[in-house]
Design a protein around this ligand. Structure first.
Ligand code: FRU
Length: 496
């Protein structure tokens, strides 16, 4: 029998669907018993989750799709899992929306986005295909087709077809061209795609269309140099207060002082589109920290945050969803939930605003409905027995920037501020996550969301965020403050 056929047999979706319930029930047993399962974050039912996809609010319902491999916590050929919500806090698990069951996406329904037009949702995603043979799957052996799906309701698929076949991408690129995001300008539709050139630079390509079905290539929307990563994933373009924001996930930025310490990162450039040559022109303003790329500003300074995408909801807010995880972190750091049948989650959705040329990120106010049992103290009154908890929100408001401050949380996480540096440090519970730092002249406020195995730390009312998975042993409830900080601390239990 022909080998290729043999491999294709593996993609026989009937056999896949028949075996899935049993495979999932084995995983579910472990998942159900896991105290590290999060309480108010979105997770895979079983197996693996990565990027958010197709985020949209449609006729009042929020839809969140995501990269999903239900049969294993180690990832593989991804589906689009699907969750819906009326309030962005309480979610329903829906049937898997798209599976890798077509010849144009048989090795993964990769990431993509949603665009609402004429009361239908138009989804665009990357169909990943790996050909048999001696390939490295970067320079050869892979197809990444751009697929268009039309849905009347977010649940059913009316049509699903290739709109840009891999073979039709421009020359000079590796096989990595993916993650379509569509926006409209003056009645014309534009699509951006992340790309890796054959000499390993990150690019964003631009296509245009008059009808969402026929797309033509316009050129390179934005291009990186050798200091700016080897591939730009998950591009997103939107405007806030008439400023253009180009958000993307560059892979492989080299660490520079306190910036770019994760294998891949996320950040944005501000500027404007030049509609004469279809290029994104970066504003002169330098908002970032790195010398090599001063215009690029990182979005999160913790350990676990990647591949975000934004959408505008029906009340006009720009909301960002991100994967609370990153690829390629091993061997430095890992997630012990793999042994418990699942891996990764979504970070809390954030509302974006632009202030003084910089994006501020704040947790959605909807999450305040989880607050219970408020406790308020002066920071100076706190001793080790004052506050305790695992699943909570904390707000610290400083009277003035402290000269030294140390907050110990959970099992062995410390947040310190000293000599103008904010440092997040994990001990054993970080499973290899050690230290991340932010130079910060002023520290006025911290808002911390702790879940069973995650921490999200919003700094100075959304100026910076540090997101991290942590895996404390059970009943590690310490909340302790040291140093000369003056101010107030407010604590709430969070319950879904
Ligand atoms: C980002 C990413 C995307 C791709 C998807 C595959 O995490 O690599 O570029 O579409 O994940 O799961």
């Amino acid at each position: 029998m022909n080998m290729t056929k043999n491999v294709k047999m593996k993609k026989d979706m009937q056999a896949y669907w028949e075996s899935l319930p049993e495979v999932q029930s084995v995983l579910k047993e472990k998942v159900t018993a896991d105290p590290w399962r999060l309480t108010y974050h979105q997770m895979p039912v079983t197996g693996w989750l990565n990027d958010p996809n197709g985020a949209v609010q449609f006729n009042g319902t929020y839809h969140l799709y995501h990269q999903y491999v239900p049969e294993t916590p180690n990832g593989g050929a991804t589906h689009w899992g699907h969750k819906t919500s009326k309030d962005m806090v309480h979610f329903e698990e829906e049937t898997i929306f798209l599976s890798p069951d077509q010849l144009f996406d048989e090795d993964g329904v990769y990431s993509g986005s949603a665009f609402v037009h004429d009361d239908k949702i138009h989804f665009f995603y990357t169909g990943n295909v790996k050909h048999e043979g001696d390939h490295d799957y970067t320079y050869s052996g892979r197809e990444q087709n751009t697929i268009h799906v039309v849905s009347p309701d977010g649940f059913t698929v009316e049509s699903r077809e290739v709109v840009i076949a891999h073979a039709d991408y421009p020359a000079g690129y590796t096989d990595h061209i993916r993650d379509p995001k569509v926006f409209e300008h003056e009645g014309v539709y534009y699509m951006i795609l992340g790309a890796r050139t054959r000499n390993n630079l990150g690019h964003i390509l631009l296509y245009r269309s008059d009808d969402l079905y026929e797309w033509s290539y316009q050129g390179v929307f934005s291009a990186g140099n050798e200091d700016q990563g080897f591939m730009w994933e998950c591009p997103d373009y939107f405007e806030l207060d008439e400023t253009g924001i180009l958000l993307f996930s560059p892979q492989g930025l080299l660490p520079e002082k306190h910036a770019y310490h994760n294998p891949h990162t996320v950040g944005y450039l501000t500027g404007q589109i030049n509609w004469d040559d279809f290029k994104f022109e970066v504003s002169e303003e330098t908002t970032g920290e790195g010398q090599a790329w001063p215009a690029f500003r990182e979005l999160d300074r913790g350990f676990d945050f990647y591949a975000p995408q934004t959408f505008e909801d029906e009340c006009g807010r720009r909301i960002l969803w991100a994967w609370m995880g990153i690829g390629d972190t091993e061997p430095e750091y890992s997630n012990p939930t793999v042994a418990r049948g699942w891996q990764h989650a979504m970070a809390l959705p954030r509302q974006l605003t632009l202030e003084n040329g910089r994006l501020l990120q704040r947790p959605l106010p909807e999450y305040q409905c989880l607050r219970h049992n408020i406790k308020t103290h002066r920071l100076s009154e706190i001793d080790e027995s004052t506050l305790k908890g695992e699943v909570y929100e904390l707000i610290l408001e400083f009277d003035e920037t402290p000269s030294s401050f140390e907050l110990t949380l959970r099992q062995d996480t410390q947040l310190t501020y000293q000599d103008g540096l904010l440092t997040l440090k994990h001990g054993e519970s970080g499973f290899g996550r050690r230290k991340r730092m932010i130079p910060l002249a002023d520290l006025s406020q911290l808002q911390i969301f702790s879940d069973t195995s995650s921490l999200e730390i919003f700094i100075n009312d959304g100026e910076y965020v540090m997101t991290s998975r942590v895996y404390p042993k059970q009943d590690q409830q310490l909340i302790h403050v040291k140093g000369d900080a003056q101010g107030q601390i407010t604590y709430w239990d969070l319950k879904l």
